[in-house]
Design a protein around this ligand. Structure first.
Ligand code: DHB
Length: 390
């Protein structure tokens, strides 16, 4: 290289160094852990689209700082992978928040990383009651299984259903659902005639569904994770003719998840569930959410995980505004306690004692709205706390 070219090259280097680039203190990095591949990939798609929709609608600058999402693929229920990725996010990427968490085993595994690093951990879906007890830095905007199961158990007992068979996925949220259903349903005079647990991964529903048919209960209560598993259950339920045999189906809203509901076909029509969000919820906040979501995700319908992503992003924005300086876990959690947000699902509050979400839980029935299947809300349990906590 001759002298002129050398001088030109150093000028370019100088110019590059002087170019305005976002300084570390002007950026809020949010490490997002969610399944982006494999059978649970729709969870990651819904959560990240909900987060991006919030930033699209409200801008990606909060209190003068730019919000940057660093998304990592946990690949599914894989606690070791989630833990390793969380450690990388806090040590290498220096994220100020951990967020996402589609699945309970991953959230459980990351809680100790949040504690060691004093990084706030925003849970946007995983719904086992105990998750918030695993670290003082966990804040949950989604729901808990006891919170959404208790209302359907009470509603069923008060609406003429007396004998129920329960069927749940055999992992922590399923066990929460099973225990809560039994407790609340029997307290209101119902009887759980039998209970079955099915594997989380690749369950084969047909033999289980046949056993339930043979037991002739009035209804089945089911919890499975949303998506593919729920679709497989619904198929087995109608193929084995349980609906025709007069067995009613009641569930948490995971089973009639908006992401797959219309694709389930008419097998889902009439199913009654309880949950905190339906795409059919009528409110100006939900209209604004759906509009922003469509700009990010096209025609896909947002589900409860997308709302978790949106509200989690909203919570992060409120924390950043309130702390108004360098974020640490203690300041972030203090800022979040007692906050109320106007969510697309209705008002939600972070319980200052448990850091769990307090919210309305709706009873819904799958019905056609403009030719498509939706969870249409027809009853409401107002501002429910997680009954799984003392
Ligand atoms: C989990 C909970 C859900 O309600 C769901 O639909 C999927 C996953 C969980 O906590 O793992």
């Amino acid at each position: 290289m001759n002298c002129t070219r050398l001088a030109a090259a150093s000028l370019v280097a100088l110019a590059l160094a002087a170019a305005p680039s976002a300084r570390a203190e002007d950026v809020i990095k949010v490490g997002v852990l969610a399944p982006m591949s494999g059978p649970f990939a729709p969870f990651g798609r819904q959560i990240t689209s909900g987060m991006k929709a919030y930033l699209k609608a409200n801008g990606d600058k909060v209190a003068g700082k730019k919000i940057d999402l660093v998304v990592k693929d946990t690949t599914g229920p894989a606690p070791e992978v989630a833990r390793r990725l969380a450690q990388e996010l806090v040590t290498r990427d220096k994220v100020q928040f951990l967020a996402g968490f589609g699945l309970t085993p991953n959230a459980m595994a990351v809680a100790s990383v949040a504690t060691e690093a004093k990084v706030p951990m925003i849970v946007m879906n995983a719904a086992t009651s105990a998750i918030t007890t695993k670290s003082p830095y966990v804040l949950r905007v989604s729901f808990t299984l006891p919170q959404v199961t208790a209302p359907i158990a009470e509603w069923a007992a008060k609406n003429g259903i007396k004998k129920v068979y329960t069927l749940v996925a055999d992992y922590a949220p399923g066990l929460d659902a099973e225990a809560t259903f039994k407790k609340v349903f029997t307290a209101h005079g119902g009887q759980v005639v039998d209970s079955l647990r099915i594997p989380l991964k690749n369950p084969e529903f047909a033999p289980f569904v046949q056993r339930i048919k043979d037991a002739k209960p009035e209804a089945v209560f089911i919890f499975t994770p949303a998506g593919e598993t729920a679709v497989a259950f619904m198929k087995a339920f109608s193929e084995r003719g349980l609906d025709k045999a007069g067995v009613k189906l009641i569930a948490t809203g995971d089973v009639t998840d908006d992401d797959v509901l219309d694709a389930m076909g008419d097998a889902a029509l009439g199913v009654i569930t309880s949950h905190h969000y339906s795409a059919a919820h009528k409110s100006p906040e939900n209209d604004a959410f759906k509009k922003a979501y469509a700009q990010v995700a096209g025609a896909a319908r947002p589900n409860f995980m997308a709302v978790g992503g949106w509200d989690g992003m909203h919570l992060i924005a409120e924390i950043v505004k309130k702390v108004n300086g360098p974020i640490d876990g203690d300041k972030a959690v203090a800022a979040a306690k007692g906050l109320t947000l106007h969510s697309p699902r209705g008002p939600i509050t972070i319980d200052p004692n448990t850091r769990d979400v307090v919210q309305d839980v709706y009873i819904r029935k799958v019905q056609k709205v403009d030719g498509k299947d939706y969870n249409v809300e027809f009853d409401k349990f107002t501002q429910i706390k997680d009954p799984g906590k003392p």
